[in-house]
Design a protein around this ligand. Structure first.
Ligand code: ZN
Ligand code: ZN
Length: 227
């Protein structure tokens, strides 16, 4: 069975913003710039990478830049866009095209967070950037508990427990927001045991109660109580 969401393209080619001399910063300029400078120095990042950086606090803009979906729960994200292949880059340069010829660093920072979380998230994404620049990108084994978290604590001076608590708090807030955005609109009930099934969407096909029978059984077909 094909659904509408499956027909949608999951990702597109990345299209970062045109390069400028200074890093591109869209959002709370003063705050982002302050922590960017602070942690750029602390991480001993090379100055020439700065003009390859673009930061935004707009989810849609970040998705347009990277060509990838951004989960609603994501508080921050670093995305590396590799340089186009050499022949393509030469061709673009020769034709005077403004399209990218070098690699790019793209960062998203969720704007709706407490100031300390904004600071920590910037530090966190810059650690990913530093890893990439140093040729050693790490994947998360466990957010808040892995070697990236240890680096984050070392560089920010906050304790690991404190950082975990922050992450937990911000995640809980976003989860709450997500629930509010997708309220439960439909309530189904099993005619046999009375179990309730709250739903944000209608079932697209007949569904029976899984408590009464693990496989589909028309005797326990759920009925809608409210719409
Ligand atoms: Zn990370
Ligand atoms: Zn039942």
């Amino acid at each position: 069975m094909a659904t509408a969401s499956r027909r949608l393209k999951r990702s597109n080619a990345p299209s970062p913003p045109p390069r400028q001399i200074d890093p591109i910063i869209h959002g709370d300029q003063a705050t982002l710039q302050h922590w960017l400078t602070h942690y750029w120095q602390k991480l001993h990042l090379p100055a020439q990478e700065l003009s390859l950086l673009a930061i935004t606090q707009d989810r849609q803009e970040f998705m347009n830049w990277t060509g990838k979906r951004l989960n609603l729960m994501t508080l921050g994200c670093y995305c590396y866009v590799p340089a186009p292949s050499a022949p393509l880059a030469r061709q673009r340069k020769a034709s005077g095209s403004t399209e990218q010829t070098a690699h790019r660093h793209l960062i998203f920072i969720e704007p709706d967070m407490q100031p300390k979380s904004i600071e920590v998230t910037i530090a966190h994404e810059l650690i990913h950037l530093a890893d990439r620049v140093n040729g050693n990108p790490r994947r998360h084994r466990h957010h808040g508990y892995d070697s990236i978290a240890a680096d984050e604590a070392a560089i920010t001076g906050y304790g690991l427990e404190e950082l975990r608590a922050l992450l937990h708090e911000e995640s809980a807030r976003r989860d709450q927001m997500r629930r509010e955005r997708r309220p439960i609109r439909y309530l189904y009930e099993c005619p046999n045991c009375g179990k309730k099934y709250p739903r944000t969407r209608k079932y697209s096909q007949s569904v029976s109660c899984s408590s009464c029978d693990k496989s589909y059984n028309p005797r326990f077909k759920l009925r809608m109580l409210q719409a």
